[in-house]
Design a protein around this ligand. Structure first.
Ligand code: 9MG
Length: 281
């Protein structure tokens, strides 16, 4: 299992669980759409997430919330590239780019991204090749269907087994295409083509995904699972998101993707401490 992940020359220390701060530069993301679209607002927010303990910042220019439609390559480039270029001089932690498009992967790497976060797990034509050429680590996420329709009627016979097998297959494909295992992160994709019971089973069974032997990323922050189970509207999902982060950490996740970084870092550190039997990291 990874100790230090080389993110284009910046280190992500995965010897302990870390928090990835979410920076959506989209006008329509599900929980913070439009708030950080301008480069100045994005930089301020990234700086404050790093001060709160984020070990990596994930910059996304296309919403992947249920029901959302994609944007063009040009639109996505216009949103993320200026922000990455500005951020690389403003924060010292690795920058991740949340994209499925090969053109954006390559341009983002040139603009300072050190990690590719692909919710399509490099399934788009040209994505495997683009990711390999950047030499950057990649997060491969599971999704059943596409964002526009993925929540219509997701079905599995055995969700944990199917998600694990899919991720193992994508990892094998990446390795066969020149992306070494040491550069791979896996993610079960909470909320991406899954009902609440599917998400619950995946969270409880996360250790089976971790058994694939590479770091696992979990993203549950402010998601509908939290909202529906607890009966909470978007502004009131902090406590549920933090609880989900603690459970994911306890079950082996090494990177927690979160909006509310300070609170999530507390939850992750507490889970880590208890798991280590009360020994400080
Ligand atoms: C972009 N994005 C939204 N939710 C996500 C999740 O759960 N994991 C990853 N890797 N990316 C996500």
């Amino acid at each position: 299992m990874a100790g230090i992940l080389d993110c284009g020359g910046r280190s992500l220390a995965l010897g302990r669980p870390q928090v990835m701060g979410i920076l959506n530069v989209t006008p329509d993301s599900f929980s913070d759409g439009g708030r950080f679209v301008g480069a100045d607002a994005a930089i301020d927010h990234a700086r404050s997430m790093v001060a709160d303990g984020a070990a990596v910042i994930d910059v996304g220019g296309e919403s992947t919330r249920p029901g959302s439609r994609g944007v063009s390559v040009e639109e996505e480039l216009d949103r993320v590239i200026p922000v990455l270029e500005a951020l690389r001089d403003e924060v010292s932690v690795p920058l991740s780019v949340d994209t499925s498009k090969p053109e954006v992967m390559e341009a983002a790497a040139a603009a300072g991204a050190g990690l590719i976060n692909d919710v399509m797990a490099l399934r788009r034509p040209g994505a495997l090749e683009a990711a390999r050429c950047t030499g950057l680590p990649v997060c491969l996420m599971h999704m059943q269907g596409v964002p526009e329709t993925m929540q219509d009627d997701p079905r599995y016979d055995s969700v944990v087994t199917e998600v694990r097998d899919f991720l193992a297959g994508r990892m094998a494909d990446a390795e066969a295409n020149g992306i070494p295992r040491e550069r791979i992160i896996l993610d079960p994709g909470f909320g991406f083509g899954k009902t609440d019971p599917h998400n619950a089973r995946l969270l409880a069974g996360l250790a089976e995904i971790c058994d694939l032997g590479v770091p696992v990323l979990a993203g549950l922050s402010r998601k509908s699972l939290v909202g529906r189970v607890l009966g909470r509207a978007l502004p009131d999902r902090l406590a549920g998101s933090v609880a989900a982060a603690a459970i994911a950490t306890w079950n082996g996740a090494r990177i927690i993707r979160a909006h509310d970084v300070a609170e999530t870092v507390d939850a992750v550190r507490l889970a880590e401490y208890v798991q280590a039997g009360g020994i400080e990291a």
